[in-house]
Design a protein around this ligand. Sequence first.
Ligand SMILES: NC(=O)c1ccc[n+]([C@@H]2O[C@H](COP(=O)([O-])OP(=O)(O)OC[C@H]3O[C@@H](n4cnc5c(N)ncnc54)[C@H](O)[C@@H]3O)[C@@H](O)[C@H]2O)c1
Ligand SMILES: [Fe+2]
Length: 410
Amino acid sequence: MGMFATGRSPRNIVFGRGQRQSLPGYAGQLGQRALVVTDERMGAEADFVAMMDGLRTAGLSIEIFDATPPEVPLAAIEQCVAAGRAFGPDIVIGIGGGSCLDMAKATALLLAHDGSPRDYFGEFKVPGPVVPLIAVPTTAGTGSEATPVAVVADSDRVLKVGIASPFLIPHTAICDPELTLTCPAGLTAIAGADALTHAIEALTALARPIDGQTTHEHVFVGKNGLSDTYARQAISHLSDGLARAVASGEDMAARESVMLGALLAGMAFGVAGTAAAHAIQYPVGALTHTAHGSGVACLLPYVMHFNRSHATASMAQVAEAMGVVVARDDDDANAERAIVAVETLFGEIGIPRDLEALGLKHDQQEWCAEQSMGAARLVKNNPRPLDVAAMRTIIKAAHAGRRDLLDAEI
Ligand SMILES: NC(=O)c1ccc[n+]([C@@H]2O[C@H](COP(=O)([O-])OP(=O)(O)OC[C@H]3O[C@@H](n4cnc5c(N)ncnc54)[C@H](O)[C@@H]3O)[C@@H](O)[C@H]2O)c1
Ligand SMILES: [Fe+2]
């Protein structure tokens, strides 16, 4: 297979301390009436009030929706859309963690195309451009400011569900690491671990056969030349800064590394896609009510071990990006070092070491194995083929906290 690369990203990306002040300039290029989507916490922050003042001073009319709950339930999206309809915005601005950004994406979609979020679950269901979006993240994790997906919770379904369409990629992403200074250590760890998992799953994803239809038929197309570049850079920034950002939240250089890493990871997985760790987290998260980032990170070393034989070279690149290479031409040894380095980093920042510690009960494993096969877009992206038996094996090893069980059973 020859070299293939493809990219999709926001039209504008701006990153750096104080860049929140660039918001009025970008917003003014897109319209005059902005619906601002945030949550109660951010809505009360001085930084937020100053950003709103900046928009007003630039002549924009604004309507603030500050009732975004975590995890984005459909009922809350309805409220936000109703507020938007009453106001008639020509821009939607999401300011907050991944939940606020995903809420802004779903709202921009429904303001343009009506219907219910349910009409758009899955890939390529969005029929055309949405109301132009500006995303201003306040966590360094999801990468949602650069991705084509919004993850929402439908009370009719046990598992969370995604709307994936290139039309959902924000027009402009404004990443100001100063906005992450208020993140407590636990949130910093969980969000950053989600980002590292995005980057590693994108870099080690399957490289699929590509033809002229691939980028039209799949939102997530597998690893490729551009996503690999972003993913390697993301891993390097995250492994450099994450433990420091968790240990000393005021370390601005560490905050910068983690936020840039999270953005790059979003640009990588937003095209390449993620894989087994994300597929298994959906049911595990639904049963344990634990944060997305905790679940994917807890699973990642076990998934890497399972995948090692089918993604040895890219796992050796993970070692290189983390600076833990042991021998220049021994991909096997370097791949193992990468897994150990991930385990060590995640241990240091307090990610649960196994699914039992995460709260999954022994008798819930079988249900998780069955349900994790439902995330078809993630399953087909895994470098090593997955079936229910494989899921069972990974979950059993991850529950027991024993990677060696994967060697015994495969
Ligand atoms: N769209 C995507 O590409 C994508 C990718 C991965 C995950 N997700 C989704 O994103 C959500 C998780 O997002 P998240 O990890 O950013 O957390 P979050 O947005 O759910 O926020 C969690 C909590 O942190 C608070 N918070 C946010 N920023 C803060 C700050 N600067 N200081 C203090 N507190 C702050 C929020 O108010 C909230 O209470 C999940 O729903 C997940 O499924 C989306
Ligand atoms: Fe994730």
